[in-house]
Design a protein around this ligand. Sequence first.
Ligand SMILES: *Cc1c(COP(=O)(O)O)cnc(C)c1O
Length: 965
Amino acid sequence: MVMGTRTISPAPVAVDSFIPRHIGPSAAEQQAMLAALGYDSLEAFIDAVVPESIRFRGTLNTGPERSEAEVLGSLKEMASRNAVYRSFIGMGYYGTHTPNVILRNVMENPAWYTAYTPYQAEIAQGRLEALLNYQTMVIDLTGLEIANASLLDEGTAAAEAMALCFGSRGSATRNVFLIGSDCHPQTIAVVEARASARGIVVQVGDPRTFAFDDTVFGALLQYPGTDGAVVDYRGLCETAHTAGALVTVASDLLALCLLAPPGEWGADIVVGNTQRFGVPMGYGGPHAAFFATRDEFKRLLPGRIIGLSRDTEGKPALRMALQTREQHIRREKATSNVCTAQVLLSVMAGMYAVYHGPAGLVQIAERVHRNAVTLAAGFERLGFAITHEHFFDTVRVEVGAHGQEDILAAATAHRMNLRVLEPGTITVALDETTTQQDIADLWTVFNNNATVDFSYAEVAAGVDARYDERFRRVSPFLTHPTFHRYHSETEMLRYMYALQARDFSLVHGMIPLGSCTMKLNATAEMIPVTWPEFGQLHPFAPTEQAQGYAQMFDELERDLADVTGFAGVSLQPNAGSQGEYAGLLVIRAYHQSRSDAHRTVCLIPQSAHGTNPASAVMAGFSVVVVKTDTDGNIDVDDLREKAEQHAANLGALMVTYPSTHGVFEARIKEITAIIHEHGGQVYMDGANMNAMVGVSRPGDLGADVCHLNLHKTFCIPHGGGGPGMGPIGVASQLVPFLPTHPVISTGGTHAIGPISAAPWGSASILPISYVYIKLMGGEGLATATKVAILNANYVAKQLEAHYPVLYRGQNGLVAHECILDTRGVKSASGVEAEDIAKRLMDYGFHAPTLSFPVAGTLMVEPTESESKAELDRFIEAMIGIREEIAAVERGESDRENNVLKRAPHTAAHVTSDEWDRPYTRQQAAYPTQFTRERKFWPYVGRVESAFGDRNLVCACPPIESYATS
Ligand SMILES: *Cc1c(COP(=O)(O)O)cnc(C)c1O
């Protein structure tokens, strides 16, 4: 900066503008980068990158930019229109005390919430350990052998369970899935929607009447039931198994601290929600669903599994195991389409178990149960009949149709929400937060709003457990030392910080992941998430109590519709993969409504993300692959040929824009027109919207549906692999089919069934995207896009002399990301993309996306939030690495024993008394000046993948295994 003599700015400067906080490069830096690319203005540059035919020339209607103080002020006002009543609704969502040490140091801590999915295990050992704790907790509490590290919600976990049972059924003639009518209604509805797309027949009924004939491949039960009943299903499991069917049980981890776990009485799969382990209800999410099963199904298990492997020195190291099951590899044959899951929330739930330990959890569960039985005994004194003999936390009371109205009115007066199960029947679900005062108030509510003439202490003195010996849990759980060491807050704090220190996140440096948009997650955007007005609402609270949410949804839907150029939006899908599935179901429903049910062919380009084909199959489509030409674009001739060939049955095209190759394909409108001509609808994968917001709109390009990954483009943090949100926008003809919900009505007039357990998915993280949009305003959003494209082209330009840039669009420019082709160096030096990724850790970077969409390459997406200084540092690292490769090519470095092949280097490596490597310790650990100032140490050396899959351990290993290391 030139220092002048000016003492005051000549023009009023919006000093509190958020835009220059969000956008990394200053105006002067942007000019320098533009100059390096040969352009004199951002506008001229964008005109050169973005084909005129796809350009959006308007301004988004999302309003003017506003300051942090203004936006948070008005949002607070909106939030105040949410009324936080005491919730006794249950149905899978409960009040919980988030331990404050976890709230502040995990949930509100960017070192945890800005991390990426732990694909680079060496710099992710902290959250991998936290997830292993979570898996161990699930395995122990459910009594099963193997568990994953989270699914999206209980409803979809149950649907995944059905898919597993279907996938492993003995005979192709089995296509009936039985569901107990006492499952949560949202679970039943999500499973039914999933089933109908796959042609599976669902029969909902009383489990006592289940008929297991040879058409049935599985059954779903709830334990305890949605009305609180604890039923002995041992006999049912035996009958099912004899008949060749599998049994899934949806359950509740707190109940399983006291009750015999389903894994011990015959369940093959146990699913549920871990929300009540310290994660706020958040009006529906996010929280982590769990999924546990038997070892024999490990290759069919959906979601990520954390397993134990070792590094090159033999040190134990964690990693994501069995990745070959996932859609990235298996595509249309994948076991599930789930990609982004609920890592942050799994970490929280696991930490809750670590903090309380088994004794603490039992104490909490016993307190809840004691309150429930006391409540029930009081109801009995008042003359009410308690329906079930055996229950845990939910009391079902028969009040009669007449009594019901008075009770509900009294409850409302006390700001309490009860659940009417059916006319004349009310359930009251208690939780960790229930107090003796709550119990007394509930008695008042059920006593014509008059105080009762007995006290809590009096009633509680005479009660006993309300489940008998058959149901009592006798097996120990959480015996691993991790669940016994950290019960003081000091120990807990240090444990969480020890794990945190092993993980690279955005607090350390850029995470230049192509396709994943790891941009700024501003603090102002995060703050509202833990406001009680957003965090403490039950998803099925009466909508009058959620007027603040309603307004936020409304505005957000309008803004997202404007951004995408669509007529309607559904906020229900809670990940991109779920948006794909939802959008495709909407397309199917549209075809069905026009008597075109046979339109089930889905064209998908070769280069598509793995979730695309996996989602298409889930939605009942058959996948036809379209070729990619040598420039990385869709082969339009091949597309036309396949569209013609399948014209009679063409249902949809799934296309990512800009392409997964990071290019604005100029022929996109021609492509969408071909599909429409042949009767299909166009699904646009919006994962790359960070290249489009304010510059081009899917709706204008001929797309009919598009999902938005709000955890990419709209600033929801990645959370180490979730949460996320994947709302869809749709063109007008598809609006009637947007998804509904069985409890809270949403969606269109001919709505498809729900695709998430909650009506607005993970509602409590929507304020993040809302705040981002309001802070930036229409023009700010477009500027962010333009700078994202500028940053990517700057990196491409600076690196092109060192690594070929694989694909380019018009004028030799890329979109918001670029693919660096490292395949050439492999033949000359033996160095692979993976070696570069690992070596980048020594330089203080997270690797770019590895081998997607092209094997053996690196895809770099810098985002607009990275400053020029950070980009230059990355460029310096990549050039430094290229020189290290050149030394191998010249024969100066050994082909195997070199600084790349042996990367990353840990502190233990470089401080070891023995050093037998043909390069110096300094070269290994301090390749740049920056690393001397801010060194990030990988916690383990290169992790062995094959060993881990061969020796899968998915629970905390026994303590002896540490003794040997
Ligand atoms: C991230 C991504 C997805 C999947 O989104 P999730 O939110 O992880 O389910 C789909 N397609 C593309 C191109 C992506 O980059």
